[in-house]
Structures are given as structure tokens and as C-alpha cells.
Design a binder for this molecule. Structure first.
Ligand code: COA
Length: 379
């Protein structure tokens, strides 16, 4: 980063099926909690950025920048950004750009989504708008079935077994037991995951991140200091449709954003103490770890088999519980990942990684069509 952007902290709602709360309730709760936890004055905020994907379709509420700004007494300038499941990461990236440009000094960044007030098929269709409506949608693909295609290609190419895949979700569920904000806080053995109902062969119910409601908010500032700052903020994209991709088992956007982030922060990959990555489906975690270069192609499962990815391991992955066990309220996820990294770097995480000083948040939109990578460092 050209300028130092501090993460002052933030707050979030619990993620889950929150029947009693509307999208505006969720945003209000996250904002109140972020302001209370960071002890800033609401009037210190000079801009608001909201990440959200389908507020209009699932909660009848668009124009969320203005909605969130209206919660503050002075109605600062506000906008909403959208990049499918990477909407939250994009909101953080946009905030960093505004701060670096000098247009704002303290920004409230919110991610929010309300999915469970409409039927599951409506949510599935709305989420699929993140794919290519002319090349992918007409074939009947949904996100579970797209990632099932990647899993099938990966298993065929590298010989991964169905039982191996279950180790990934088991790791997330183990981690989430300690997280009071997680949707599912129960340890689930790999054998149970392998036997859960089939969703899109070979992916089963417990390979999938769930349909969730939730909101998270953080405060970024160049004026007020904090022990944690953003060392890199990167955004990368690739073609929207799967048809135009060279590989189903690697995402160019992840590789590009990650390498650019390392360069921006002047870090080596081994500097990273813990990772919050976009595990929308179990297979995705394996692809990402290989795209980061933490494992050779086809080998990432070894990290889960050997316990390296646990909070006490050599490469802690999703110590919060990730999307799989915390839940995945689309626009909220990328903001919540930054909050989780901040908790790790300030020793306030429920599943603390010992002596963590360097953390990474990786947020994906569509089938890797958009990727944001943020690197956070404690001083
Ligand atoms: N993990 C763990 N438990 C889950 C779960 C999940 N992913 N999804 C549902 N459950 C639980 C529910 O809590 C429920 O438990 P209960 O009976 O004790 O209340 C039970 O399993 C059945 O849930 P239900 O909501 O009826 O499942 P569903 O069949 O309607 O939906 C999926 C399951 C996997 C199809 C749905 O969660 C889904 O589409 N996930 C992917 C979302 C997505 O594509 N996101 C974008 C990523 S890029």
C-alpha cells in the first residue's frame, strides 16, 4: 500500500438462518457493533461502502449505500458495490482505493446479505446471476453443480478420493465449534460428511457452504491508528464463463491477486501465519491452496490429512470455520474475513493462532471470475 490504512476493528451479527431479522436489521446491528467496539464517533466516518449481491431480489432492498449512510447522524457519502460472492472483498478494496486517493480518511465498510426469506430455488437462481447468463445459465448449471464439475475434473486428474474431500469440511467444522458467530458449531466427522445427502455428484450437503443471513462491518482509517494495518489490497478477474477457461482446477484470478498482493506487501508466501480463504465448496479449498503455491497441483489434501490446516498446525486455514461452517451470507463474507484476520492479529480470535502477525483474506466471486486478496499485518 502506498499509504498506511489501519483496521480499527469492527463487529458482526451471528451468521445463520435469522428468521426474525430483516436485511436492514442485520446492517444496523453490524454497524452499531462496529462503532461500539472501535469506540469511534459516528461523525468520524466520512464515507460508507456496502458490499451486497442480491438485496433487491431476496430482501426487496437495494440502494444499500444510502440506507447505511442514513443510520449515521451526518449521512456521509455512500455507495454499494457488487461482485457476487466477492462483494465484501470488493467493498474493502474500494475503501482502500478511496483512502489512498485522499478522498476519505475514515470509512465504514459493511457487507450484508439476507437470503432465507425467500425459497431456496429463488436464492439458487439469484446466485447463478453471477455466472454467464448466455453461456452457462441455459445449460441448467447452478453453483453446486459448477463446483461439482471442478471436483470431478480434479478427482479424475489427480486421483483424489471422495473420502479425502470430506477432510476439508471436517477441518472447518472443527474450527467453528469455538466461534460464537458461526452458523454451525458442531464437530462433524469426515465419515458423516461422506454420507450426507448428495447435492451434485460428487458434492454432498456437507461439502457446501450453506444459505445464510448475516452482516459484518469494519472501520478503516488513515487518521486513527491501530496495531493492525492492510499491507496489500488486490483485485483480479478472469473470464466470466467456464467455457472460456483453460482449466477447471485452477483460478487465474486467485493466482494473479495473490502474487500481486505478495509483491505489494513485499512478503514471501511463508510469512503468512493464517488464512481465511473462500471455501464455498470443499473442493475450492484445495484449488486455492494450490493456486497460492502452498502445495503442488493435486497435493493440497495432504495439508488437511496431516493436520497442518488446523489452528495449531503449520498453515492454519479458516480458523474461524470459514464459509462452510460460519455460513456464507454472500456480501458479508469478505468483510467478515477481514474482521477475523484482525481478531487473529490482535489475539482476540476464539480459535487463536499463536503469535500470528501476518494474515490473509481471500474472497472469490462467481467461479473465480473475481478475486480479492487482502494481506493484514500487526505492528
Ligand atoms: N452445511 C451444514 N448443514 C447444512 C447445510 C450446509 N451447507 N445446508 C443445510 N444444512 C442443514 C440445515 O441446517 C438443515 O438442518 P436441520 O434439518 O437440522 O434444520 C438440513 O441441513 C437441511 O437443510 P436445507 O436448508 O433443507 O438444505 P437444502 O437442501 O435446501 O440446501 C444446499 C442445501 C447445499 C443445496 C444449499 O445450502 C446450497 O445451495 N448451498 C450452496 C450455496 C451457494 O451456492 N453459495 C454460493 C457459493 S459460490
Amino acid at each position: 500500500m502506498r499509504e498506511t490504512v489501519y483496521v480499527l476493528g469492527g463487529g458482526q451479527t451471528r451468521f445463520g438462518e435469522l428468521w426474525g431479522k430483516s436485511l436492514s436489521d442485520l446492517i444496523r446491528e453490524a454497524v452499531d457493533s462496529a462503532i461500539t467496539n472501535t469506540k469511534i464517533l459516528p461523525t468520524d466516518i466520512d464515507m460508507v461502502i456496502v458490499g451486497n449481491m442480491v438485496g433487491g431480489e431476496t430482501a426487496e432492498q437495494a440502494h444499500l449505500g444510502t440506507f447505511a449512510s442514513s443510520l449515521l447522524p451526518h449521512h456521509p457519502p455512500a455507495l454499494r458495490v457488487e461482485a457476487a460472492c466477492a462483494s465484501g472483498g470488493l467493498a474493502v478494496h474500494t475503501a482502500c482505493a478511496f483512502l489512498e486517493s485522499g478522498k476519505a480518511e475514515t470509512i465504514l465498510v459493511i457487507g450484508a446479505e439476507k437470503l432465507t426469506d425467500v425459497a431456496g430455488d429463488i436464492v439458487t437462481s439469484a446466485l447463478m446471476h453471477a455466472g454467464d447468463s448466455e453461456k452457462d445459465l441455459p445449460s441448467g448449471l447452478t453453483f453446486p453443480s459448477i463446483f461439482a464439475l471442478t471436483a470431478t475434473a480434479y478427482m479424475h486428474r489427480y486421483g483424489l478420493k471422495r473420502e479425502d474431500l470430506s477432510l476439508v469440511s471436517a477441518c472447518s467444522h472443527r474450527a467453528a465449534v469455538k466461534n460464537p458467530y458461526a452458523q454451525f458449531r458442531k464437530e462433524i466427522p469426515a465419515a458423516t460428511i461422506s454420507k450426507s445427502p448428495l447435492v451434485a455428484d460428487p458434492l454432498r450437503l456437507l461439502d457446501c457452504s450453506p444459505i445464510s443471513d448475516g452482516a459484518a462491518a469494519i472501520i478503516l482509517s488513515m487518521r486513527k491508528e491501530s496495531p493492525v494495518h492492510i499491507a496489500a489490497s488486490q483485485l483480479a478477474n478472469e473470464s466470466l464463463s467456464l467455457i472460456d477457461r483453460e482449466s477447471l482446477t485452477s483460478f487465474v484470478s486467485t493466482r494473479t491477486a495473490f502474487q500481486s498482493a505478495l509483491k505489494e506487501a513485499n512478503w514471501n508466501r511463508n510469512d503468512i501465519d493464517c488464512i481465511e480463504l473462500h471455501d464455498c465448496f470443499s473442493i475450492a479449498s484445495l484449488l486455492h491452496l494450490e493456486d497460492f503455491g502452498f502445495a503442488e497441483e493435486g497435493q493440497a489434501i495432504r495439508l488437511f490429512r496431516d493436520g497442518d490446516t488446523d489452528a495449531s498446525g503449520s498453515l492454519p486455514v479458516n480458523p474461524s470455520g470459514g464459509l462452510k461452517a460460519c455460513g456464507h451470507p454472500i456480501g458479508a463474507t469478505g468483510v467478515k474475513q477481514i474482521l477475523d484476520c484482525w481478531k487473529q492479529l490482535t489475539s482476540q480470535a476464539p480459535n487463536q493462532v499463536v503469535n500470528a502477525t501476518h494474515a490473509m483474506a481471500h474472497n472469490l466471486g462467481g467461479v473465480g471470475a473475481t478475486c480479492t486478496v487482502h494481506l493484514l499485518e500487526s505492528i
